[in-house]
Design a protein around this ligand. Structure first.
Ligand code: F6P
Length: 376
């Protein structure tokens, strides 16, 4: 046991997802019950580490939070302390490495180790703090399930439940009004949410980034269903899908974010284009957007989050540093942050490192076998 560790700090960075509170709860309970440590949680990601804004995490603070979505510590997907945006009084912004301020804050507070929950940007900084001598353990999180380093991430399962539930509900109006319902889901540059949610939610068409689409094929599928006597269709559109020969639909570029490209909104375009191809139907659009990130955490995500949280404290106390907890081959394992950060293994899109849906794999085959069309 690493007797030098007395206090642990916890940080949640990047977009929120279900399961974060389960991790925070498990880290705190394990640290206190198993090792007699103290725990604090920095607020709003790394910015709390810079401003020294934190709350004490004791058994009472984490009681009853495990099932809640989001993060009680709040989050930020912008603040990189190694290139931090500082505003001068005249409004000009300069970028500066303020990691020394964070290290000083932790030293003064007696924080000996950090557990950092986040995606590629957040975990890159986690690695950089480890390089500066801090003990750091990373925990990957995303609803997109696109990280090659781990078989699954918490958050994904709860999102799938929300998507499936939404599709069940949307069927009601689709059927009653003989409509074509376009439902957009998240997932960034991978189609996991769309294909798994669409399969369980009885979609008729699923458009994913891994299989470029032709809307004429989608229109053919709708007409085929009409001829069969099914006068409604459900079209699930992944935000990162693209037409054959075309590009991804970018909604916004956020310069000071680790992954600056924001997707979302493709469904509206698909709806407009499809309406012209199937004028006999009303084509309507629903973007599930942040409904997929919120809500009550599923059993699977609670359980995985707890296992990740416990493992992170066990790693710290066994003297490990700069590791990331993963779930591979049905067991909790850990890999080097040095190896995974920036390699694409935790989904860094600019390195093309996402775990993709295999267009010839079991999942696509299963969908096709039961009649789901991919717009190809
Ligand atoms: O990576 C998780 C995710 O929810 C993506 O599915 C989505 O594209 C993105 O985050 C949205 O990010 P933001 O919260 O910045 O809109």
């Amino acid at each position: 046991m690493n007797k030098k560790i007395k206090k642990i700090g916890v940080i949640t960075g990047g977009g929120d997802c279900s399961g974060l509170n389960a991790v925070i709860s498990a880290v705190t309970k394990t640290a206190i019950n198993k090792y007699g440590l103290e725990v604090i949680g920095y607020l709003r990601g790394y910015s709390g580490l810079y401003t020294n804004d934190f709350i004490k995490l004791d058994l009472k603070a984490v009681s009853g939070i495990m099932h809640q979505g989001g993060t009680i510590l709040k989050s930020s997907n912008k603040d990189n302390l190694f290139n931090y945006a500082l505003k001068d009084p005249d409004g000009t912004v300069t970028y500066k490495d303020v990691s020394d301020v964070a290290l000083k804050n932790m030293e003064e507070e007696g924080v000996d180790a950090l557990v950092v929950l986040g995606g590629d940007g957040t975990l890159t900084s986690a690695r950089d703090f480890a390089r500066l001598g801090m003990t750091v353990i990373g925990i990957p999180k995303t609803i997109d399930n696109d990280l090659p380093a781990t078989d699954v991430t918490f958050g994904y399962n709860t999102s799938l439940e929300s998507i499936t539930d939404a599709l069940d509900k949307i069927h009601t109006t689709a059927y009653s009004h003989d409509r074509v319902m376009v439902v957009e889901v998240m997932g960034r540059n991978t189609g996991w949410l769309a294909i798994e949610g669409g399969l369980a939610g009885s979609a008729d068409v699923i458009l994913i980034p891994e299989i470029p689409y032709d809307l004429n094929k989608v229109a053919e599928k709708i007409k085929e269903r009409d001829n069969f006597g099914k006068f409604f269709s459900i079209i699930v559109v992944s935000e990162g899908a693209k037409p054959i020969g075309g590009d991804v639909f970018v909604r916004e570029i956020i310069e000071d974010s680790a992954d600056s490209i924001r997707l979302g909104g493709l469904g509206a375009l698909v709806t407009k284009q499809l309406q012209e191809l199937v004028p006999s139907h009303e084509v309507r659009y629903t973007n599930l957007a942040y409904l997929q990130r919120g809500g009550v955490t599923s059993q699977f995500d609670r359980s995985l989050g707890i296992k990740f949280g416990v493992a992170s404290v066990d790693l710290i106390m066994s003297g490990k540093n700069s590791r990331m907890v993963i779930y591979k081959d049905n067991k909790i394992q850990h890999v080097s942050l040095e190896e995974v950060v920036g390699s694409g293994a935790i989904g860094e899109t600019s390195k093309g490192g996402n775990k993709q849906v295999d267009p010839n794999g079991d999942l696509v085959n299963a969908c096709q076998a039961i009649g789901i069309n991919f717009g190809n």
